[in-house]
Design a binder for this molecule. Sequence first.
Ligand SMILES: [Fe+2]
Ligand SMILES: [Fe+2]
Length: 280
Amino acid sequence: MQITVLVDNSPGNSTQQLCNEHGLSLFIEYNGVKILCDMGATELFAGNARELGIDISAVDFAFLSHGHNDHSGGLLAIPNITDRPVYMHSNVAEYGFFSSRRGEKRDIGTDRNVLNCLGKQIIYLDGSYELVPGIFAIQCREGNHARPYGNRFLTKSNGATEQPDDFVHELSLSFITPDGLVIVSPCSHCGALNIIEAATKITGCNRIAAFIGGLHFIDSDVCIDEVSSFAREMNRLFPDTIVYTGHCTCDKAKRVLEKELKRVRFFNTCSVIEVTEHGK
Ligand SMILES: [Fe+2]
Ligand SMILES: [Fe+2]
């Protein structure tokens, strides 16, 4: 199983002409199945894929992890790339999403015109499903662990009422591999530990080989404590799991993770994650 980061917040160190942006897009290859997981904020992911020699028109399906436009903005490029299914939660279309983190309220939702244009190509999921053998879409509805502090600046609105975002619109991907479960969770708004627990319940697989994604640890007053307590819990509950993170894991959080989380690696634009190296 291999994951190529088509777009991330951080530039890669490749000699290729790759651009970065605030957003995430991953190209996943698993047992011959090709998946485009999130599309970043713009069409940049498609240009980077071309530069890397990846034919994204060969994907079996695309998957949107949640309704924020740093993951869904690139959806507008999809009709020119593929007519394969695009999976997402129905709340992505039913709600507007907003951030008030940097003072004034910003619309960070998914463009309805783009969703209308994709029409029947979109398959809405309202729960957890095995999409193809060994690959699960996971919805996390509960959990005893903390959700990221950064969620408190985020709201959703159905047009009539606005409320704190409960992240019903968030889905993760889980893959059964010989090394255990590989979880891909681009923003982890439901909390990485809660998502891991949901994935173990739904798949029945308790061994977690890798957790890959942003952890939504934003630069804040509580960042160091929040990240330390996550590292402590990961070390205690899942000591063998490798956490690969980037995107919405801020630099301050990365420094804490580097010191305190036993098995952590960082990705950026054009990183290639060979998940099968686990266990070597
Ligand atoms: Fe994000
Ligand atoms: Fe997000």
